[in-house]
Unconditional design. Sequence first.
Length: 287
Amino acid sequence: MKTPVTVLGLGAMGTALARAFLAAGHPTTVWNRTPGRSPELDALGATRAATAADAAAASPLVVVCLLVDATVRTALDGLDLTGRTVVNLTNSTPEQSRATAERLASAGASYLDGGIMAVPPMIGTPGAFIFYSGPQDVFEQHRPALEVLARPAYVGTDPGLAALYDIALLSGMYGLFGGAQHALALITSANIPAADFTQQFLLPWLTAMLTSIPNMARQLDNGPVDTADSNLAMQSAAYENLVTTAQKQGVDPSLLTPMGELLRRAVAAGHEDEGLSALVGLLRTAG
């Protein structure tokens, strides 16, 4: 008999999680604040609970996937979770995750926090993975059930670490998308077809540039090299052309200006002969 599982929250992601559990043979109870959401789960064998309390009581493993941290508090506060393991896969900050862990410990639950690195159609496929943090023995106990959702990546006992890893990867993604969107705004401002430009030039260029990231990481771990092929002094001097061109083309440069300011700060702080990895230290001291 596979571990019975409860899924709280049947948005697109929660529905995908419940579907994966059902496909793997786990008895699955579902609950959503709006009754009747995702009726296709009924045909797959899901049991619907009338209340969050009934749903949590139905299974030793309770997976939460709601909109934001506030909805997690609303759904879980006041429930008797004694002996349950709660896995919170709601997007949150590290501080919110730690606070949830403290509240649920008071409610008698074991707690794992998670960060889903996938979109709903990827759940249950090899391309998806989920960060987990919290007590390692609790993670290992429930690993077989969690593996049906996505490749599990356990990152440490601090319950805030999964959220930190999640936010770090999302930050990298949005930065990449922001740069691509600015490039497409420039190209389309001259009535150049976006699809051809993307396939011929933008994707190959970004793919080639991504190969420099491991070198940045090595320099952060081991210290910067004496000189860089493209030092910050040169990059800072040339960067103004990016902003000027955007303005001349009628494109908002707001995605570009923060990097230009950071480059100028780095040069002023004496990092003119270093590479882009030097900017990380400046970001960490920005506050």
